[in-house]
Write a protein that binds this ligand. Structure first.
Ligand code: THU
Length: 136
């Protein structure tokens, strides 16, 4: 399937506006294209108990997985930063669980963007292979 980055980034922008970020005021939006063709969006959702906050990327991925999707074609992330904000380590690990080859577009509101492969964002991830190697 041909990836329409324009549409994916627009969807991430739409999601960004829904961010609940009263503490950091840093609003992030994500849009994940599943192999079904459906786009799952996410925004960051913060909490008065700060560590319970969750990133936009993981919201999008968890929404998709909870709807039965585990194959992904592309992810777009939008933040208000001047330079291109990259997914945090926890989100990289979650992305790697499902889609090591996933192209991830990082984009800001000035319309700049780069596309990075998930496995380049997180070299040497922890994977299920380690669990399978565990000695009894
Ligand atoms: N955040 C995301 O949603 N995605 C990222 O890739 C980096 C950080 C959120 C988490 C928190 O709500 C706010 O941005 C500031 O860290």
């Amino acid at each position: 399937m041909e990836i329409d980055w324009q549409i994916l980034i627009e969807e991430a922008r739409r999601a960004q506006k829904l961010a609940y970020a009263p503490y950091s005021h840093f609003q992030v939006g994500a849009a994940l294209l599943a192999s079904s063709g459906k786009i799952y969006t996410g925004c960051n959702i913060e909490n008065a108990s700060y560590p319970l906050s969750i990133c936009a990327e993981r919201v999008a991925i968890f929404k998709a997985v909870s709807e039965g999707e585990t194959q992904f074609l592309a992810l777009a992330v939008v933040a208000d930063s001047q330079s291109l904000s990259a997914p945090c380590g926890a989100c990289r690990q979650v992305i790697m669980e499902f889609a090591p080859e996933l192209p991830v577009a990082l984009s800001n509101l000035e319309g700049q963007r780069i596309i990075v492969k998930a496995s380049d964002l997180l070299p040497m991830p922890f994977t299920k292979e380690f669990l399978n190697e565990k000695r009894e």
